[in-house]
Ligand binder design. Structure first.
Ligand code: ZN
Ligand code: ZN
Length: 167
């Protein structure tokens, strides 16, 4: 069983932008594929953000789910038996081989809801505040004289919130 997922391109270079830290790099011919990963759902993530590797249980679940979706009858029974029978090394080899050189969703900090993309964060804040980008802009323009003043206030707030004790 081989599952191909993620980014396939004919050109020799591709651009990568991390969905977590926004770092952007241009990669040539699969260069840096160890450091810059694309998850099954298409999230682009630097390897340094991947903290929790999949547990054996998660690997068995992901492989089992895939088998259930793609096999039937005896083939499915055999596949599941095989997965159950693997020791941890075999399981890990099979898992990473199956889900390609890319990042399985169970290892992706975004898919695992361990962090948010900036886009998700903005949408979430707008939802929480029950407002829109247009309304936020209107509010900002009434509070600040100009863009410079606005940026200075954001910078000050960022500095202060960095020192805020985490709950
Ligand atoms: Zn990153
Ligand atoms: Zn993901």
């Amino acid at each position: 069983m081989k599952i191909r997922s993620g980014f396939v391109s004919n050109s020799s270079s591709s651009s990568f932008t991390c969905d977590i830290c926004k770092k952007t790099v241009v990669l040539y011919d699969g260069e840096g594929s160890e450091d810059y990963l694309t998850c099954e759902e298409g999230h682009e993530v630097c390897a340094c953000h991947v903290k929790n590797k999949a547990t054996a249980k998660q690997m068995r679940e992901a492989l089992g789910k895939y088998a259930n979706e793609n096999y039937e009858g005896e083939e499915l029974t055999n596949e599941l038996k095989e997965i159950e029978g693997y020791d941890s090394d075999e399981l890990s080899d099979y898992f990473y081989e199956s889900f390609g050189g890319d990042l399985p969703s169970v290892d992706c900090p975004l898919c695992q809801f361990k962090t948010l993309t900036d886009d998700d964060l903005v949408d979430y804040l707008l939802m929480s505040l029950n407002t829109t980008k247009k309304e936020a802009l209107k509010d900002a323009t009434t509070r600040f004289k100009n863009y410079d003043e606005f940026c200075a206030a954001l910078k000050t707030f960022k500095k202060q919130s960095k020192n805020k004790p985490t709950v």
